[in-house]
Design a protein around this ligand. Structure first.
Ligand code: PMP
Ligand code: GLU
Length: 401
């Protein structure tokens, strides 16, 4: 029988971050001693005021179809958020809402990419960028960004990779999986390249905006260079800052024509995210923000402990991330070594399989994010679990010969 599936679907793979996480949690549920550090979500509950806004929405009958681009209250909350936090002024027809940040990227690429259009994706990247590009018939152009440059794209690298087919540049800061954050001046330099190429659109994925440490300050491209605002889609969402991964809401500000096209796709696909989620997100964006500070204090404690301990593991070096809740350690020093069972560790994937099999550590290998030999550990887990995990990793590395 000929393949019944579409060329599009045969081009892509399932999200590895989603599948590894599901597999590791299933192993735990079967009673296996597995520490799941693969999660891309905060381990804190959705704050009470936001939960209650959702419950009240159900009780008050906010349970019917709502506009995909957001209810009036949500649109106002998003406009105020962009103004308050990012000095970005958007009109109502310049913002949209979707079923998560992932769905914003999907709608944007479906709305704009023609066959063969290129999307520049700095690596390490969040796993979904290349596959959503492929689904939209685009061509991912992966640009490897050195650890020495904090895994960030340089203006030179960017300029070299722009062609007359470049449709989008993806920028993600703070980054998943590295936790790196672009500074104001780094964004300004990137902007100075982009100004020379007026046909390039930019998608800035700001979903980890609020999870940032020490004196690092978050900036987004359209704020740093207002001349780029008319071709930048500024993506954000409630999943990470407000611990609402399961509620499914992302939003974006951008040029009217792109926003209208994204709304058209949404109207013929998901219609909208849930009315209840929209009501809860209004409270998230407008309500008290103090818990974010408390969460970051906790995340920072864990980050410092994890980085310190991973640097004690033989063959591993781990730099200190400035944002998000991931570390991206280098495991070059473990490659070529042999396990007790006589298996040679040839790649970061072998290393992660070894950690899972011998120590019950579930993280994600670097190749999934387009850059080896590294691995991603999420520290959105309790301090005790992370301490235990570090001990196990140190032990596993010690045993390699
Ligand atoms: N961008 C990045 C970099 C992410 O890590 C995530 C988390 N999955 C998303 C976008 C999308 O998140 P969501 O769809 O839950 O809003
Ligand atoms: N963004 C998270 C992660 O990288 C959640 C999973 C996903 O949507 O890919 O693990």
């Amino acid at each position: 029988m000929t393949d019944i599936l579409s060329n599009k679907i045969n081009r892509i793979k399932p999200s590895l971050t989603v599948s590894i996480n599901i597999k590791a949690n299933a192993m735990r549920a079967e009673g296996k001693d597995v520490l799941v550090l693969a999660a891309g979500e905060p381990d804190f509950d959705t704050p009470k005021n936001i939960q209650n806004a959702g419950i009240n929405a159900i009780k008050n009958g906010d349970t019917r179809y709502v506009p995909g681009k957001g209810t009036k209250n949500l649109q106002e909350a998003i406009i105020n958020k962009f103004k308050r936090d990012n000095e970005l002024i958007y009109e109502k027809d310049e913002i949209t809402v979707a079923v998560g940040g992932k769905n914003i990227i999907y709608n944007a690429f479906m709305a704009t990419i023609n066959e063969g259009d290129e999307v520049i994706i700095p690596a390490p990247f969040w796993v979904s960028y290349p596959d959503i590009t492929l689904l939209a018939d685009g061509k991912p152009i992966i640009v490897k960004c050195d650890e020495e440059n904090d895994f960030k794209i340089t203006p030179d690298q960017l300029e070299k990779n722009i062609t007359d087919k470049t449709k989008w540049l993806m920028l993600n800061s703070p980054s998943n999986p590295t936790g790196s954050t672009y500074t104001f001046s780094e964004l300004k330099e990137i902007a100075s390249v982009l100004i020379k190429f007026p046909n390039v659109l930019i998608l800035t994925d700001d979903i980890y905006e609020k999870i940032i440490y020490e004196n690092n300050k978050f900036y987004t491209l359209a704020q740093v260079e207002p001349k780029l605002k008319n071709r930048t889609l500024t993506l954000n969402g409630v999943s990470k800052a407000y611990c609402m991964t399961g509620w499914r809401l992302g939003y974006a500000g951008g040029p009217k024509n792109i926003i209208a096209a994204m709304n058209k796709i949404q109207s013929q696909s998901t219609t909208s995210t849930s009315s209840i989620t929209m009501a809860a997100s209004v409270e998230a964006l407008n309500g008290n923000q103090d818990f974010i500070i408390a969460h970051n204090v906790e995340f920072k404690k864990r980050r410092d402990m994890v980085v310190k301990n991973l640097n004690l593991a033989k063959g591993i070096s781990c730099s200190l991330p400035t944002g998000a809740f991931y570390v991206y350690p280098n495991c070059q020093g473990c490659l070529g070594k042999k396990t007790e069972k006589g298996k040679i560790i040839n790649s970061d994937e072998d290393f992660m399989n070894y950690l899972l099999e011998t120590e019950g550590i579930a993280g994600v290998h670097g190749e999934a994010f387009g850059m080896s030999p590294y691995f991603r550990i999420s520290y959105a887990a309790s301090y005790e679990i992370l301490e235990d995990a570090c001990k196990r990793i140190i032990n596993a590395c010690e045993k390699l010969i």
